[in-house]
Write a protein that binds this ligand. Structure first.
Ligand SMILES: Cc1cc2nc3c(=O)[nH]c(=O)nc-3n(C[C@H](O)[C@H](O)[C@H](O)COP(=O)(O)O)c2cc1C
Length: 204
C-alpha cells in the first residue's frame, strides 16, 4: 500500500506514554505496531505519571510487565525502557530509532520537549529526533488550552515536531471506544509511513 506522505515505513519506533488522559489510544497503537511485520523494534517508555493514568483508565497497577498489561498479551517486539535511564539506546542519535510517537502527550511533556529540557528519557529521545530531523509526533491532550500550551505547540512544531492532537474522527461511525481509538492510531501510523490496511478511508 502506498504511504500517504511518501515516507519509508520505519522499522524501529519509539513510543512514549505520558500522564495525559487517553490510555486506550496507546493500547490500540501498541497492538497495531505489535502485529505490523514492517515494524521490527519498538522501544516503549512510560513516565511515572502515565502509570497513574493507566491505573485510572486501564486498571493497571505498578510497572511490572507493563507492556503485557497494556496490550493484554506479551510482545517480543516491544521493549520497555526506563524513563529514568538517560543512557538507554534511544537517548543517542547514533541508535537507529527512525521515528517517535508520544501518545498521549501531556502539556507538561510538551513544554519540556518544546523548550529542550531533556531531563528524562522521553524528552531526551524526542530531543534526539528533532536534532537528527527524524519524525516526532506529539499526540497532545488537554482542554481548554492556555496560551502557554499554544505557544509550546508552536515551538515544538517550529522545531520539526508534528502536533497531532488526540482528537478522534466520527465520520467513520465508530461503534465503541476501541474502534474510535483504533482509527486514530491508524491515522497516526499512516502519518509516519505505516498505513494500516484495515483503516477507514474517506471515499467520497
Ligand atoms: C487521571 C489523570 C488525567 C490527566 N489528564 C491530563 C491530560 O489530559 N492532559 C494533561 O496535560 N495532563 C493531564 N493530567 C496531569 C498530568 O498527569 C500531570 O501534569 C503530570 O505532571 C504530567 O507528567 P508527565 O508529562 O511527566 O507524564 C492528568 C492526570 C491524571 C491523574
Amino acid at each position: 500500500m502506498p504511504t500517504l506522505n511518501n515516507l519509508a515505513a520505519p522499522q524501529n519506533l519509539t513510543v512514549a506514554a505520558t500522564g495525559a488522559s487517553g490510555a486506550i489510544f496507546l493500547r490500540q497503537l501498541l497492538a497495531l505496531v505489535d502485529r505490523d511485520p514492517r515494524v521490527k523494534t519498538v522501544n516503549f517508555i512510560a513516565s511515572d505519571n502515565a502509570l497513574r493514568v493507566f491505573a485510572e483508565e486501564l486498571g493497571i497497577r505498578g510497572r511490572s510487565n507493563l507492556v503485557s498489561q497494556v496490550l493484554g498479551s506479551s510482545s517480543r517486539k516491544i521493549q520497555q525502557q526506563s524513563n529514568a535511564d538517560i543512557g538507554a539506546n534511544v537517548a543517542s542519535g547514533s541508535y537507529a530509532a527512525e521515528a517517535m510517537l508520544v501518545i498521549p502527550c501531556s502539556v507538561g511533556t510538551l513544554a519540556r520537549i518544546a523548550n529542550g529540557m531533556a531531563m528524562h528519557l522521553i524528552e531526551r529521545a524526542a530531543d534526539v529526533c528533532l536534532k537528527e530531523k527524524r519524525p516526532l509526533v506529539l499526540c497532545v491532550r488537554e482542554t481548554p488550552l492556555n496560551k502557554i500550551h499554544i505557544r509550546n505547540m508552536y515551538r515544538a512544531a517550529d522545531a520539526g515536531a508534528t502536533i497531532y492532537p488526540l482528537i478522534p474522527t466520527f465520520y467513520n461511525r465508530p461503534t465503541n471506544l476501541d474502534a474510535m481509538a483504533r482509527q486514530f492510531a491508524c491515522r497516526v501510523l499512516a502519518h509516519i509511513g505505516l498505513p494500516q490496511s484495515d483503516a477507514y478511508r474517506w471515499k467520497s
